[in-house]
Ligand binder design. Sequence first.
Ligand code: A3P
Length: 441
Amino acid sequence: MTMGRSEVEALICEAVEELLEALDVELDDALSAETMLVEDAEFSSIDFVQLIVSIEEKLGRKVGFQDMLMQDGNYVDDLSIRQVVDFTVNRLNNPQAAERAPAAPPPVKVPVASDDLAHKITEADIADFVALIKPRRILPVDHSLAKNKRAVFILSPPRSGSTLLRVMIAGNPALFAPPELHLLSYATMQERRADLSSDEGEQLLDGAVRALMQTRGCSAEHARALIADCEAKNMGTQEFFGILQEKLGDRLLVEKTPTYAFSVDILRQAEEYFEDPLYIHLLRHPCGMIRSYEESNLTRMMPLMMKSSEFSTAAVAEMIWLLSNRNILEFSQDVPQERWFTVSYENIVSGPEAEMRRLCAFLGVPYHEDMVNPYSDNKARMTDGVDSASKMSGDLKFHLHSQIDRAAATRWQQFCSEGMLGESTKTLVDRLDSEVARIRV
Ligand code: A3P
């Protein structure tokens, strides 16, 4: 496909405008080639990712934008639209350069975690933090309902590489791993809709839509109508899980919604809903998770999960890491060992095949080589989003990589050190790293 410079500029301006509208940002001056994306358009690092995913989607090809964001080993502070256009035109004329480009993630202008973690997290902070989390209404179990057939849950705090793991799992034809479903946290489909019907929440409703489209081979419109029908009947979320499972044949449903780990009560619902469910505890070093959280758009999503607080972003991330892992470990005490599996992001990116073979043995399914090629067949893996990939629920940064990138596991070391962590966090790191799975690299 050949495109002139003016066409490329129009396409990029369109992508920026769409994003500004979604972010509700109004520019002081009209959008032009000289518009600076951080200074004028107030872009954060994740907005850059979203822009890049959206441009690549409009172009229908990968451009290798990581080279534009990283110059001389450092991330750029700001970019004008003209610079983005120049880079894109250059890459379209030299496609080999994009193929040669190593995979590397983005960020731009993110506060250094050391500033934010000057105050080390204490148990008192954690107690305050727990009180901020919005409670969920867990209905007493309806024993008249038979349990659903077995499902598998990936349990982790957010920003632990759960999207990558889900997409790898989705490469195995014996498994069905859709984007985040956000079901277990709610008793009924109506509650779920009420809680997630907001600008931030809307995207989280899409995982179930995408999953239905896949299981039924239907359009987004049809899937949305089906869900609306379930909501109108005020169907319980257990029954809705059943609707997804009924079209799977022998395939196992594998669900990853990181916020389930915010509460042990939510985790326990899995045991109530399903027959002998299996669990995958996904670990990541807290410094990697904190750094990733700071660069993500999760801060915007947080009002859905908790009340606002004075804690810094890094402190919130550290407490989410600690609390989620504690909840998962507490819950593991109630689950027989043979239904529990632990894996770390660090081990997955450094030895993907060995880890996927180990995982398949646990799940009782044959290993499939597509599991280690997560960028093949985006439709079957449901990484295309419902309306567009740039709105996919889960980790948008997945689209910035083009292979499993082992360097991503140590990138945090340029910005943070374990010395910034609170004592409780460090104690848990010691325990997990020595007894459970390697997270120190
Ligand atoms: P970073 O922000 O540190 O890069 P989650 O899906 O649980 O939100 O996790 C997001 C993390 O997974 C991000 O970490 C992201 O870059 C990383 N990730 C996504 N795709 C990856 C890939 N192909 N290789 C390595 N890491 C990947």
